[in-house]
Design a protein around this ligand. Structure first.
Ligand code: HEM
Length: 591
């Protein structure tokens, strides 16, 4: 063999080696690609085209959410498109699919009876957990969760709700009335944007409930000062055009809470929520808000501790705020556990912030939706006003507002029905997300351990006609309960379930004093607060707040229909499902 022959052999070997390495690499990359492609759970419907894309359904999801700002509507539209109450979506790259369930009966069964198989999903923890890492809302239902919940134990008692929380909310609501009096004067009955007013008012309210009246920081008071110094504003020629009013600066503590909440919106819509939130946390705006919030809560804890020190015994103590009650509960817990109280722990700090966040955006959003529904349904608004005025006859005759206690302790069935219908139609919270703790069966399908299941409160069976589901596909717990349950939840009429119609919550009674109709909370499906042990902890407070706001606003103002361009029901999904358009056009009513 000559030198050139042997060179050729070497070259040949090198070439074939390179080819082998190349084809090996290509094959490995192809196998990796196949391995990374979305893997459907057998038997559960899905969008077929999504399984041939590395990013699954993400492209379609991102396109929809960037066009509309709505995520949850896209989700339930997939169930409707695939014609199934249970589907799967590939919305997180290289991870298990999300399973989506749109059926009230199944959701109720899981939330109330299958807590050994399902628990709080890490989903919200990934979206916004770094804002309140030590708050119970993200925790699985374990001993730590139960222990932290004890700190909040007193806040949903009738004593706290009716005597403490209600009176704070009432006072803050009077601020809103004053603010809207001023705005009506300046706008001369033309429409103006109202979302910020309600958002800040709700934050003022929960701030005062949590920290007490003497720690109140009010955005609304700043607004009032500003407007009382202004005689006129520019009114557009078109009487239907929005009047733009100036805004007073927001106190930094309040703004810090809003900035922290808003950071969750970006990560919610990102396929990589943890990474997205990490980037937000590096911004100076976020860091600044975080530091202001840290100082504000620490200062309030120190004040509350000083208040505790001056009182000699627990029986002399008067609870005027959530923070006082929380510290009292911590002292009880410490005594039970044989340790010194730790009032400045990260857990207590995060529970306080958790309360501010959980209570504020949700209640504000439901109230804003409520004002929209009432403006667009004058018949409902008129009946509500006349029932409320009749129920508070003494206040009506004396030409004064009903007092806080009068509102809280008077049952007005139609008002309860209106509030429940606002909550149902608002979809303020649309998804109850649980993780499968074990391999399990759901609606006849195998769900692997670790799968996130979204139980939707805005879709079929709540707002759209329910899918037909064979009883045999339902769980043993469902059948066992169905056999015993004497209190059944009704079903909505598919013909009108998409409409805002408070009458659906009323049933006929023989009691004449109730006008022949009483409120029935089991008239039909509602999932906006969730259900069961991990359902909304603040539901009772939310009702108190809605009752006070709705009563006082319809007592004082007629909410008139806004021009069509301002009345759209388009929404934006952030930590809540909020309206994109929120304007009011007011007519002041005589007392
Ligand atoms: C209209 C107003 C409100 C709505 C629609 C609402 C809705 C919800 C929903 C859907 C959940 C999750 C339920 C689940 O996953 O099953 C939740 C949880 C929670 N809510 Fe509300 N909420 C409202 C007002 C409030 C208020 C006023 C407070 C506090 C005072 C509050 C405190 C909480 C807490 C602490 C949790 C976490 C419960 C847990 O993890 O076990 N919420 N809320």
């Amino acid at each position: 063999m000559t030198v050139s022959d042997s060179n050729n052999v070497v070259l040949g070997l090198r070439l074939s080696d390179t080819l082998i390495v190349l084809s090996g690499t290509m094959l490995s990359l192809y196998l990796l690609y196949l391995w990374l492609l979305p893997k459907p759970i057998p038997g559960i419907p899905y969008n077929k085209e999504a399984t041939s894309k590395l990013f699954g359904d993400i492209e379609s999801m991102v396109k929809y959410t960037s066009e509309t700002q709505e995520l949850y509507q896209w989700i339930i539209e997939q169930n409707i498109k695939l014609k199934s109450p249970i589907i799967q979506l590939f919305a997180r790259p290289f991870r298990k699919p999300w399973v989506i369930v749109t059926d009230f009966q199944e959701t109720r069964d899981v939330m109330l009876r299958r807590s050994k198989e399902f628990d709080r999903s890490p989903f919200w923890g990934e979206v916004s957990g770094s804002i309140i890492p030590d708050c119970h809302v993200h925790m699985p239902t374990n001993a730590r969760f139960k222990r932290q919940r004890r700190w909040l134990q007193g806040l949903m008692t009738p004593a706290f709700l009716h005597d403490v929380a209600a009176s704070h909310i009432y006072d803050i609501c009077l601020d809103l009335i004053e603010l809207w009096d001023q705005k009506s004067r300046l706008t001369q009955g033309r429409p103006f944007a109202a979302a910020d007013d309600v958002t800040y008012i709700a934050l003022d309210a929960i701030w005062r409930i949590v920290f007490g009246a003497e720690s109140s920081v009010s955005t609304t008071k700043n607004q009032l000062e500003l407007y009382s110094s202004i005689q006129t504003v520019h009114l557009p020629e078109d009487p239907n055009a929005e009047v733009i009013l100036p805004r007073a600066p927001c106190p930094p503590q309040i703004q810090s809470i809003i900035t922290l909440e808003e950071s969750g919106e970006t990560s919610l819509k990102s396929p990589f929520p943890k990474i997205a939130h990490w980037f937000i946390r590096q911004t100076s705006g976020y860091r600044n808000a975080y530091n202001i919030k840290e100082k504000a809560i620490s200062d309030e804890l120190s004040k509350a501790l000083r208040r505790r020190e001056v009182v000699k015994s627990e029986k002399d103590r008067k609870v005027n705020s959530a923070i006082d009650d929380l510290l009292y509960r911590e002292s009880l817990l410490a005594e039970k556990e044989g340790r010194a109280p730790q009032p400045l722990s990260r857990g207590i700090h995060d529970e306080i912030l958790g309360l501010l966040i959980a209570a504020h955006d949700t209640a504000a959003t439901a109230i804003i939706w409520g004002f929209k529904f009432l403006a667009d349904h004058p018949d409902v608004q008129n009946k509500l006003r006349s029932d409320v005025r009749a129920a508070h006859a003494t206040a009506t005759n004396q030409k004064r507002l009903p007092t806080c206690q009068e509102i809280v302790y008077t049952t007005v069935h139609y008002r309860d029905a209106v509030i429940e219908e606002i909550i149902r139609c608002s979809h303020t919270e649309s998804a109850l997300i649980r993780t499968a703790l074990v391999d399990l069966q759901l609606l006849g399908h195998h769900i692997p351990k670790g799968t996130d299941v979204f139980f939707m409160g805005n879709g079929p069976s709540v707002s759209y006609p329910a899918f037909d589901i064979e009883d045999s596909l339902r769980s043993q717990t469902y059948h066992a309960a169905a056999a015993k349950e004497n209190e059944k939840i009704g079903r909505w009429d598919p013909e009108d379930m998409g409409l805002f119609q408070p009458e659906r919550w009323l049933v006929t009674t023989t009691q004449e004093e109730d006008g022949g109709k009483i409120f029935n909370s089991t008239a039909g499906p509602l999932l906006t607060f969730g259900l069961g042990e991990r359902g909304c902890y603040g539901r009772k407070m939310a009702y108190v707040e809605m009752k006070l706001f709705i009563t006082l606003i319809v007592w004082n103002f007629e909410l008139q229909k806004c021009p069509d361009a301002m009345s759209s029901y388009a929404a934006v999904d952030k930590l809540v499902h909020a309206p994109q358009y929120c304007f009011v056009k007011l007519r002041k009513l005589p007392a």
